[in-house]
Design a protein around this ligand. Sequence first.
Ligand SMILES: *[C@@H]1O[C@H](CO)[C@@H](O)[C@H](O)[C@H]1NC(C)=O
Ligand SMILES: *[C@@H]1O[C@H](CO)[C@@H](O)[C@H](O)[C@H]1NC(C)=O
Ligand SMILES: *[C@@H]1O[C@H](CO)[C@@H](O)[C@H](O)[C@H]1NC(C)=O
Length: 260
Amino acid sequence: MRFSTSAVVAVLPLLASAQEDPLAQYKAQFQNFLGQMGSYIPNPGAHDPVAALEAKMGSMRMHTLTLENWKDTLYEPVAPAATVPEEWWVLVTGRNKTCFEWSADINVGHCGKIEQAFNETAAKFALTPSSPHVGYLNCDDQPILCNSWSTATGYIWSFNLLPSPAPVDIYKKRLNLTTTTSADLVALNSAKSKEGWTLLDSWFHPFNGKATELGLSVPYGYAIWAFNRVPNWLFMLIVSFASRSMMQASYRTSRSRYHN
Ligand SMILES: *[C@@H]1O[C@H](CO)[C@@H](O)[C@H](O)[C@H]1NC(C)=O
Ligand SMILES: *[C@@H]1O[C@H](CO)[C@@H](O)[C@H](O)[C@H]1NC(C)=O
Ligand SMILES: *[C@@H]1O[C@H](CO)[C@@H](O)[C@H](O)[C@H]1NC(C)=O
């Protein structure tokens, strides 16, 4: 069972309206609570620091993003007085768990082709000053981060960062998993325009999204991750149990009203 964002998105406006003053105190308490929860829940992500360091120091200058390091990593090259945005290209990729497409017939894994193209492009960018910085986000390894951004695999996200707290423009571009080559990506960058890219305007925008501002995107990431781990039968059981007890409660309420 895959949970869509729509159910949670439906609830978010209610929480957002909590930003208007009377509830500010409760909102702060709630965020505090979420923060504390967060420190108890283990991060199910996987990260190989040695491989990540090799990729960073190697010819690709590739930075591996994790739930813990992504923000610092992206801001690292941004000078405090910069007035021109620093651009990052982050490949959102995955292995068998998060990157699959039925038509794909390549045997390096379904995102293998775009990864290879991206990695080759990274090595070329490293030799060309003023190219975008490059980052690698694998959703098999970092499910919480991918969920909290509400992103699917097979995309490049272009981050354009000025010193914090300036808003961050993010453009995303879907890559064709079967045909994308490094030459395509180099051409995409040379075009120097974001035509064919989509400006990200989402509740889950990693910097400026409503869910992010409310501190809800990471808990949301965990929730989706957990829901996707609940087996279908258990989920049906919980739903039927919950609806039964709700019906009983309303029955009791109406009866007591009748007797009073
Ligand atoms: C991933 O999928 C490919 C092709 O479907 C398969 O050959 C490979 O064994 C799978 N790898 C894992 C780790 O499941
Ligand atoms: C691309 O580079 C990353 C390291 O940054 C590595 O984990 C990944 O396996 C590489 N992919 C391919 C297809 O070479
Ligand atoms: C990828 O490109 C091929 C060849 O141009 C095309 O047949 C296919 O539909 C494209 N896939 C997607 C998801 O756009």
